[in-house]
Design a binder for this molecule. Structure first.
Ligand code: AMP
Ligand code: GLY
Length: 425
């Protein structure tokens, strides 16, 4: 009997997960809630919100779903994993308690310090006057992070004291995000990269590393976004998947960052059972943690999973049930993806703008925010709309292929960065 899998979420990350599952010989039907227009070509889309835990549970039970895979952090933070497991269903993702590694910066910082994991020095505040006095006594730039989930908007790198004060007012006095708690940390410098691992309790199976591009415009200008493009490189320059991360640095990140965090979470009685995402920085004094996420990164997943040769169903099932995750095999190739976003993103933008792709289009597209109108045409439905992805023996060749393909997507309201992977090209 082929397995039925439910993927929760509806962005580019979930499209990449659905795609990886569809390569598994064990997987039959794939459902995705809510999915999107692109996902709908590879899976059955189910019109349920990712945080509708009861609705999703009923759906999984009624349809004999063998395994559920959770994409977004909101669903994890809402306790979807706890609820499914209590009902006896298999689900890949962390419990609500373990999701604190992403949902509370203060929790993550305390855990890292206790486990000896390298990260920026910091202090936590709830009182505006104390926080402001601490900032004034220290150097700028300084980094101010809201403690809870803030949809990627909770981090301010303040270049001046004025900016720092405004951020503290916002987060501690104006109640813009709710209950006020901030982490103030040391400003670090160096290239950032993302290292994700499948984690089952104390077992850590690292993926190849990738680099995201968070700013909206070329040259890392403009506002922070969810990510405008990503790449991972072949093994020609080492095992990490990034030419600027040596084998020693990759091993350090796994053994001195991801492994101690998995162990500390297990020791605390809140073991991990999903993806641990390290947002890391190569600083002049070594690899340090900028943040953890409790889920696959978006857009990193869209470039990393195409390289996975192992059967992803086995990996998901092992982590979901506390079993032994198989060793992972990776294709030796570069994968590069460019996000096409609605003009105005990450601010306000129009929706419903038609998209056409030329018939001879030969690369892969992960849909991030699209839908089909009643007459079947493809239109924009989000800030990040599409990610065009190409694999090739070298990063330079993958880049050439991606940008040739991007030019074959026609839409009046999209923009994209022209310098993805420029740092290594
Ligand atoms: P985060 O939401 O935690 O990923 O932070 C968003 C961005 O802020 C990161 O990708 C970094 O570019 C920047 N950032 C966060 N923390 C620091 C830090 N301690 N030093 C320098 N930059 C930081
Ligand atoms: N690409 C960054 C993230 O998924 O948080």
């Amino acid at each position: 009997m082929k397995k039925k899998v439910l993927v929760v979420g509806g962005g580019g990350r979930e499209h990449a997960i659905v795609d990886a599952l569809s390569r598994s010989a064990q997987v039959g039907r794939i459902y995705c809630a809510p999915g999107n227009a692109g996902i709908g070509e590879q899976a059955v889309c189910v019109p349920l919100k990712d945080t509708d835990v009861e609705g999703l549970l009923q759906f999984a039970q009624a349809n004999g779903v063998d395994l559920t895979v959770v994409g977004p952090e909101a669903a994890l933070a809402a306790g979807i994993v706890d609820r499914f497991r209590a009902a006896g269903l298999k689900i890949f993702g962390h419990t609500q308690a373990a999701t604190a590694i992403e949902s509370s910066k203060d929790f993550a910082k305390r855990l890292m310090v206790a486990a000896g994991v390298p990260t920026a020095s910091y202090q936590t505040f709830t009182d505006f006057d104390q926080a402001w006095a601490y900032v004034q006594a220290g150097p700028v730039p300084t980094v101010i992070k809201y403690d809870g989930l803030a949809a990627g908007k909770g981090v301010v790198v303040a270049q001046t004291l004025e900016e720092a004060e405004a951020a503290l007012r916002d987060m501690l006095l104006d109640g813009r995000y709710g209950e006020g708690k901030v982490v103030i940390e040391e400003f670090l410098t160096g290239p950032e990269f993302s290292l994700m691992a499948f984690v089952s309790g104390r077992q850590v199976r690292p993926m190849v590393a990738a680099q995201d591009h968070k700013r909206a415009f070329d040259g890392d200008a403009g506002p922070n976004t969810g990510g405008m493009g990503a790449y991972t490189e072949s093994f020609a320059t080492g095992r990490s998947g990034l030419s600027f991360i040596t084998d020693e640095e990759y091993d350090f990140a796994v053994s001195k960052i991801l492994q101690p965090v998995a162990d500390a979470m297990a020791d605390a009685g809140t073991p991990l059972s999903g993806v641990l995402y390290g947002g890391l920085m190569k600083t002049p004094t070594g690899i340090k943690v900028i943040e953890f996420n409790a889920r696959f990164g978006d857009p990193e997943t869209e470039v990393v999973l195409p390289r996975l040769e192992s059967d992803i169903y086995d990996v998901f099932e092992a982590a979901a049930t506390g079993g032994t995750v198989p060793m992972l095999r990776w294709r030796d190739e570069a994968v590069l993806g460019v996000v096409m976003a609605s003009k105005g993103y990450p601010g306000s933008y129009a929706k419903g703008v038609p998209i056409t792709v030329v018939p001879e289009f030969a690369e892969r597209i992960c849909h991030m925010g699209t839908k089909r109108t009643d007459d079947g045409s493809l239109v924009t439905a989000g800030g990040r709309v599409l990610m065009v992805i190409a694999a090739a023996p070298t990063t330079a060749a993958a880049s050439r292929r991606v940008y040739a393909a991007v030019a074959q997507v026609r839409c009046d309201n999209l923009f994209y960065r022209k310098d993805i992977a420029k740092y290594v090209l």
